[in-house]
Design a protein around this ligand. Structure first.
Ligand SMILES: NC(=O)c1ccc[n+]([C@@H]2O[C@H](COP(=O)([O-])OP(=O)(O)OC[C@H]3O[C@@H](n4cnc5c(N)ncnc54)[C@H](OP(=O)(O)O)[C@@H]3O)[C@@H](O)[C@H]2O)c1
Length: 339
């Protein structure tokens, strides 16, 4: 099959927050699938905070993207050509396509999508972020009815999953989100009992006062998505035997606003990437739980019992700007790019 593949590569390593010049759009002829391979046209690409880490040349739980390499990412797409059993042209599939218009991947690395669900759900609510919230809350949060949970980035795909499961289990749920509109979505769409706008608080102390008012019995589970000000605010409010699943620390991903002598972000990152008890965890260790997650949450999403939001950017060229915006809270819901 002839045609052109376009992809976005890492042009250089970012110094702090990524800028558009860190990315480059390149075009080349479509690859020819080998035996065992499937050629697909990507219809939607997932943008996730972890991709910021892949842009740095640091030791982590997954390799960095090389300069000139395609930005890592999960996509969904339509099969154009298959050289393996089990996949036919027209099938909708998902896999690690990278930031690219097409991908040629071994059939063993692809999963066929449930045709009864919107394909984009495989990237968010029923994909890696949804699984992260589901696994992490049950396994590391160990929620109990009557307890209080606080989560930052609460309207994103991880935070909204965590909040909805916890609420369904009888916890008091408190969202930390950026701006009044996200706070409204947190309570009205995702059922949080209270929502606090971290942008309305200049200091961790002020944010702490607001969280303490919303959590009169203290905090039993702090689901860590953010680091930064929310972490500093919540820590003194933790109850004895509280749990902190350390899922992410997006406030510190770009290294911005970290004083030279502040070791806390580096220590907190070690808890996450080295999976130290408090409880740092990485979803890749828990992929075997995906079928159980899908059979639990798939029907709930299909029935509308679990809500989700998607923020869709238009065109592969829009991916860098959408990614940069997401790292600053510019997304409302799961950030996706429609190709
Ligand atoms: N451990 C794992 O395996 C794993 C897997 C998936 C995701 N994660 C992590 O989970 C977290 C959430 O991921 P997601 O996909 O659901 O992302 P997301 O919520 O869609 O997007 C990130 C959100 O982070 C918030 N944010 C950014 N900078 C912030 C700051 N300085 N202070 C407070 N909030 C800030 C923004 O929300 P507001 O505007 O509401 O503040 C932004 O919309 C990320 O840290 C991610 O790296 C970890």
């Amino acid at each position: 099959m002839s045609g052109t593949l376009t992809r976005i590569t890492l042009a250089r390593r970012p110094a702090g927050a990524p800028v558009p010049e860190d990315f480059k759009l390149v075009s080349e002829p479509l690859p020819i699938p080998d035996t065992g391979d499937v050629l697909l046209e990507v219809t939607h690409l997932s943008l996730d905070p972890y991709m910021r880490g892949r842009m740095d040349d640091v030791k982590s739980y997954a390799p960095s993207v090389d300069i000139g390499g395609t930005m890592t990412g999960q996509g969904v797409g339509r099969v154009l050509e298959s050289k393996t059993d089990g996949f036919n042209p027209g099938d909708m599939v998902t896999g690690m396509t990278g930031w690219a218009s097409h991908a040629c991947l071994p059939g063993s690395e692809l999963r066929k999508l449930d045709p009864t669900l919107p394909p984009t759900t495989a990237l968010g609510v029923l994909g890696m972020p949804g699984l992260t919230g589901w696994v992490g809350l049950h396994r590391f949060g160990k929620p109990k009815a009557g307890e209080t949970l606080v989560v930052g980035a609460a309207t994103g795909p991880v935070g909204s999953m965590v909040g909805q499961i916890a609420k369904g289990m009888g916890l008091r749920t408190i969202a930390i989100a950026g701006g009044p509109e996200k706070c409204r979505l947190a309570t009205d769409t995702f059922g949080f009992d209270a929502a606090i706008d971290h942008r309305a608080h200049d200091t961790a102390k002020s944010l702490r006062t607001a969280i303490a008012e919303a959590a009169p019995d203290g905090v039993d589970i702090y689901w860590e998505n953010v680091g930064g000000k929310p972490l500093e605010a919540v820590m003194p409010l933790m109850n004895v035997h509280g749990r902190i699943p350390v899922c992410g620390m997006i406030a510190w991903y770009g290294g911005a606003n970290i004083a030279e002598d502040n070791q806390l972000p580096a220590m907190w990152r070690s808890i996450l990437v080295k999976r130290l008890r408090v409880s740092g965890f990485i979803i890749f260790d828990h992929w075997d739980e995906y079928p159980a997650f899908l059979s639990d949450m798939g029907p709930k999403v299909a029935k509308g019992d679990i809500a989700y939001l998607e923020d869709v950017a238009d065109g592969l060229e829009a991916a860098p700007a959408a990614f940069i915006a997401m790292l600053n809270g510019g997304n409302t819901g799961k950030q996706i790019v429609k190709l």
